[in-house]
Design a protein around this ligand. Structure first.
Ligand code: NAI
Ligand code: MG
Length: 495
């Protein structure tokens, strides 16, 4: 008997939590080969939510075999692009129909506000699958006039094959969508490993994938730990491509594991984004943007605006407003409709954030607000604004992945650009100014995969997302992701 019965409000949500969940291999919901399960916790209370089948090497190998068969022999190999597109669209509709269930399960599993899960995570997942449904019929090669006499050349864009996809816990459903959407649009097959902290919505998605008509073995979902199931997937010699979102540290391990059979690799890793406010900005908009940039999703966002730079004249004004915003936030379990800041995902993440801030304070940083956990059983951490920092401090250099921002004043634009880029990361950046020329010049100076000007955290299925430097390899979403899920075959004909 799971403890979670009665926590969800929808019928499907409740029945989903009423027994332990299995893994999806070859179109069947099965126990793990070892028979083992692992616990998933409700971060708002620290109580166990549910037990989930614990995948390991043997399960991954079975899943890869099933995927390979589906790719080479099954009906999927003969499915036309328009049918793939229809299935993806159908899947988007099924997610929309189950939006309340997805939102509440995501909230119970990850901790985020249920309202935000519905408006952001679920809505963006729906849009992503719809966008990728459109791509299914538009993946073309080109024809060429070659300089070799009496020849004709053309290219085909073919699916890469078996894709291993390893996703994190901060946006569990949305990260599954970002990975599965383009893979399926291009005709690939997938073994997906959700994060051990948050496997639930990926498993519900698996049910809908079956309802949408994807043939058996096309999508296999194997929950489990990173060091076991994740490592087995990234090292498997029969996997053609690995796509990963998570820590830079594990990104390096994946790259090494992928070197055995030289898998294609795309990585979406950490960040330490500068969010830059100039004196001439719409200051009210910038204030809201500074708060959204760091407190959205409890700060557990790879593109979070975690380094706030404010031009001197407005520094006290903007930072003061951020402190007020932090104080006003309603901290509550994600299922509370009034919740604005939920718990962090796990006790491990709470310890990590607590450690970073404590070491920062020891090094001389001043917490204007927050600076410690809320206390109690849940994994809540207070929204925190740190000042009095210098560029060498750990809190300025490392990704904290919690609701913690370091605020620094600036007065010289060239020095600011140097500081903003003084990081191994390069995922995103924010600029707030009403001077269009300054905005363009600054955007081109910043070494980041996404630059938001007078906005923050805007995600769109047509806007590619990914990192410069150690924030990753490749791009997700947009037309760019299609390149990462296709191989180019050049065909040359002697006439
Ligand atoms: P992680 O990188 O360990 O976990 C992400 C995924 O990788 C999970 O599915 C996990 O099971 C898997 N994984 C872990 N070790 C693996 C291995 N050896 N081989 C294959 N897969 C493996 O991230 P973690 O430990 O949960 O969080 C640590 C830090 O990573 C966070 O504080 C944050 O700074 C960063 N992070 C960044 C994310 C992003 O969106 N870029 C998401 C999650 C974490
Ligand atoms: Mg880890």
């Amino acid at each position: 008997m799971a403890v979670a019965e009665g926590l969800a409000k929808t019928q499907r949500g409740n029945s989903f939590l009423s027994s332990s969940r299995k893994m999806l291999i070859n179109g069947e919901w099965v126990e793990s080969a070892s028979g083992k399960t692992f616990p998933v916790y409700n971060p708002a209370t620290g109580e166990e939510l549910i037990q989930v089948a614990e995948g390991d090497k043997e399960d991954i190998y079975r899943a890869v075999d099933a995927a390979r068969r589906a790719f080479e022999e099954g009906p999927w190999s003969k499915t036309t692009p328009n049918v793939r597109g229809k299935m993806l669209w159908k899947l988007s509709e099924l997610i929309e129909e189950n939006a309340d269930t997805f939102a509440e399960l995501e909230s119970l599993d990850n901790g985020k506000p249920c309202t935000v899960a519905k408006a952001a995570d679920v809505a963006l997942a729906v849009e992503l699958f719809q966008y990728m449904a459109g791509w299914a019929t538009k993946v073309d090669g080109r024809t060429m006039q070659l300089s070799t006499p009496d020849t004709f050349g053309f290219t085909l864009r073919e699916p890469v094959g078996v894709c291993g996809q390893i996703i994190p816990w901060n946006f569990p459903l949305l990260m599954a969508a970002w990975k599965l959407g383009p893979a399926l649009a291009c005709g690939n097959v997938v073994v997906l490993k959700p994060a051990e902290q948050t496997p639930i919505t990926a498993l519900l998605l698996g049910e809908l994938i079956q309802e949408a008509g994807f043939p058996d073995g096309v999508v296999n979902i194997v929950p489990g730990y990173g060091e076991t199931a994740g490592a087995a997937l990234s090292g498997h010699p029969g996997v053609d491509k690995i796509a990963f979102t998570g820590s830079t540290e594990v990104g390096r391990l994946i790259l090494q594991a992928a070197s055995g059979n030289l898998k294609k690799v795309t990585l979406e890793l950490g960040g330490k984004a500068p969010n830059i406010v100039f004196n001439d900005a719409d200051i009210d908009a910038a204030k809201a943007g500074a708060a959204l940039g760091i407190f959205f999703n409890q700060g557990q966002v790879c593109c979070a605006g975690s380094r706030l730079y404010v031009e001197k004249k407005e520094f006290d004004n903007v930072v003061g407003s951020l402190v007020d915003a932090a104080k006003a936030m309603k901290i509550a379990p994600g299922m509370d409709p009034a919740c604005e800041l939920g718990p962090l995902v796990s006790d491990e993440q709470l310890d990590r954030v607590t450690g970073f801030v404590n070491r920062g304070k020891e090094a001389g940083a001043e917490a204007l607000v927050g600076g410690d956990p809320v206390g109690g059983n849940g994994y809540f951490y207070k929204p925190t604004v740190l000042t009095n920092v210098n560029p060498d401090m750990e809190v300025v250099r490392e990704e904290i992945f919690g609701p913690v921002v370091v605020a620094q004043p600036f007065d010289d634009i060239d020095e600011l650009a140097r500081q903003a880029n003084d990081t191994p990361y390069g995922l995103s950046a924010g600029i707030w100014t009403s001077d269009i020329s300054k905005a363009h010049k600054m955007a081109s100076k910043l070494k980041a995969g996404t630059v938001w000007i007078n906005c923050y955290n805007v995600f769109d299925a047509h806007l590619p997302f990914g990192g410069y430097k150690q924030s990753g390899i490749g791009r997700e979403m947009g037309p760019e992701v299609i390149d990462h899920y296709t191989e180019v075959k050049s065909v040359c004909i002697a006439l």
